[in-house]
Design a protein. Structure first.
Length: 206
């Protein structure tokens, strides 16, 4: 093969690459990187991307799915990272490392959820079985299950602009006060309150 023939093939290769890139820029920007073949990932709108995973779908512009499986994004500027069977439809919403969760609020964030949801706008949800239906609310579910490993009970938002933190163990005989599950510098909130009350009583007696 002579130098001239080699140069023609090289030029043809780059011409094809440029035309493909140009076409992609005018239509849908997608990058599907998966260890599975076929990955069955799907992008229908421009300026969106899927990196890894399989059976993921993006139906909006400027959206992304980074790994995971069977995730669906239909909101613009929205991201799902990892997990499976998550649905993100809010504008600018984010779902990270979750399973079977829904993020439909605009600019909502859901982290490490399982059967969780962030339906209010500008909400933050952390943990399994956590649900924020009110706007500008936060729900953090750190409760342990019945045997320390099972799914914990439901933790829900309490109104617009509220923060609900669920802690402690769900047990058949009832749970201890949540104050025993919140610590500051190694001391439980309950002990700190007891100490403050005793000191206040002593001051009054003196």
């Amino acid at each position: 093969m002579g130098p001239k023939r080699t140069w023609v093939k090289f030029a043809a290769f780059w011409a094809t690459l440029v035309m493909t890139a140009t076409s992609a820029c005018n239509d849908t920007i997608s990058s599907v990187v998966s260890s599975f073949s076929p990955s069955m990932n799907e992008i229908t709108q421009p300026w969106s991307i899927i990196l890894g995973g399989r059976e993921n779908q993006v139906f909006s512009s400027y959206a992304s799915i980074l790994g995971g499986s069977a995730n669906v994004v239909s909101g613009p500027f929205t991201t799902v990272m990892g997990g499976h069977f998550n649905t993100a439809s809010g504008r600018g919403a984010t779902c990270l490392s979750s399973n079977r969760s829904v993020v439909s609020g605009n600019f909502a964030v859901l982290l490490s959820g399982s059967n969780s949801s962030a339906r209010g706008d500008s909400t933050v949800v952390v943990g399994p079985n956590a649900h924020a239906d009110h706007h500008h609310s936060a729900v953090l579910n750190f409760k342990a299950g019945l045997d320390g490993s099972a799914e914990p009970g439901v933790c829900e938002s309490q109104g617009h602009g509220t923060v609900n933190v669920c802690v402690g163990d769900d047990t058949a005989s009832g749970s201890e006060s949540p104050l025993h599950s919140i610590f500051f510098n190694g001391a439980s909130l309950r002990d700190l309150i007891d100490t403050a009350v005793r000191e206040a009583i002593n001051v009054r007696i003196i």
